[in-house]
Design a protein around this ligand. Structure first.
Ligand SMILES: [Ca+2]
Ligand SMILES: [Ca+2]
Ligand SMILES: [Ca+2]
Length: 378
């Protein structure tokens, strides 16, 4: 009996190793994936009291001086709302900086983790009024590709100093984010401060990257990017088939050319959405994940097929108001001069488009396509 129990405990210990520090009031659990890349980052909550496990990439905005045990800020003693005893504090500065550290800029990154469990992560953010300049990025550890950008979108200067009335300044908000299409990939978190004034600094804490179940507490973080935008997972992960039979599990293709003439699809990366995977007679709707329109407000995409722009198109919706804000079709489609692309033939070979949605910056959007990349004309 005792022996069996010992063995099962040993089995658990292979998977769960407590971090070396036993921390005041909180113990962090490190969960290891089978290849020894942990599911968790080192020092996720800054409870070492310094930047152990984090690497400053550039600038003066971050350093060991950045970690603070302060519980409240300003004379009004507003709680930072941190977890444990420490958090990353944008007001803290190195000895070399005489005035406010807010003018400093910089970037730092976490250790590498493998995304596991539910594929959701949680974190706390404060400050960072201009989310284009101050935010966190989730990057692929092998390619540095940016998979998600999250800012402190709940920031609000109203009703000072009443947190209950919605004021969100240096006091941190808890966020939760869905990265499930990227389960199994090695990732890291980059914290970016490119701002110099007007709450141009960041407060952060509690970067928990492993949740067995989808977390239920916290504000859903608004990704500035859609999930799996180029279908590079090799499937429709991150996309939802809303209706019809035009799209399904086999819609994503790694073919690079079509027909015996071997005309290039002109895809980006290894994969694209391919309308030939289901019968052309089918109709349907496919929806992306929601995204917060940020940056300069332009979006880019590639389209092929869709000979009739009234029947095959992309709609962009305001996800919160369910309001249609833009419709785009493959307007460059041209059934001429087959098979000569250099003479303007545009059939299943995709055309690069760019679209100005800057009037809608800050809105949370969703894109829907109706029978995209369906060939017509034969
Ligand atoms: Ca903490
Ligand atoms: Ca700054
Ligand atoms: Ca692609």
């Amino acid at each position: 009996m005792i022996k069996a129990r010992t063995r099962s405990l040993a089995g658990i210990l292979v998977l769960i190793i407590l971090t070396s520090q036993v921390l005041a009031g909180i113990s962090y659990i490190k969960v290891l994936a089978d290849d020894n890349v942990p599911y968790t980052i080192e020092n996720p909550s800054f409870e070492t009291g310094d930047l152990t496990g984090w690497t400053v990439l550039e600038g003066e905005a971050f350093g060991d001086y950045s970690v603070s045990s302060d519980k409240t800020w300003w004379a009004e003693q507003i709680p930072y709302n941190h977890e444990g005893e420490y958090h990353l504090n944008g007001w803290r500065k190195s000895k070399d900086i005489s005035e406010s550290n807010e003018a400093a800029t910089g970037r730092m990154r976490s250790s590498t983790f493998r995304l596991g469990g539910s594929g959701w992560i949680t974190f706390r953010l404060g400050g960072g009024k201009n989310v284009n300049l101050v935010h966190i990025k989730i990057r692929d550890a092998e390619t540095d590709e940016i998979l998600a950008i999250y800012g402190n979108t709940e920031f609000s200067e109203e009703n000072f100093p009443n947190v209950e009335a919605g004021m969100r300044l240096a006091n941190m908000e808890l966020y939760r984010a869905d990265l499930s299409p990227y389960i199994g990939r090695t990732l890291y978190i980059e914290i970016v401060d490119n701002a110099t004034h007007d709450w141009g600094l960041i407060f952060a804490d509690a970067f928990h990257t492993y949740h067995e179940e989808v977390p239920t507490e916290g504000v859903i973080a608004k990704n500035f990017l859609i999930l799996n935008p180029g279908f590079e997972t090799g499937n429709l992960s991150g996309w939802t088939v809303v209706e019809g039979g035009a799209f399904g599990p086999n819609s994503v293709s790694d073919e690079t050319t079509w027909w015996t003439e071997q005309i290039p699809y002109n895809q980006e990366g290894k994969y694209h959405l391919n309308g030939w995977r289901y019968p052309e007679s089918e109709k349907g709707k496919l929806r992306s994940s929601t995204f917060r329109l940020a940056g300069c407000g332009w979006i880019t995409f590639k389209l092929g097929g869709g000979g009739n722009p009234n029947e095959v198109y992309i709609e962009v919706y305001d996800a919160e108001k369910n309001e249609l804000i833009a419709v785009f079709a493959n307007t460059e489609f041209a059934d001429i001069n087959f098979p000569n692309i250099d003479q303007g033939m545009r059939l299943a070979n995709m055309v690069q488009y760019r679209a100005d949605l800057s009037d809608f910056i800050g809105r949370t959007c969703i894109s829907r396509s109706l029978t995209m990349l369906q060939s017509t004309g034969d």
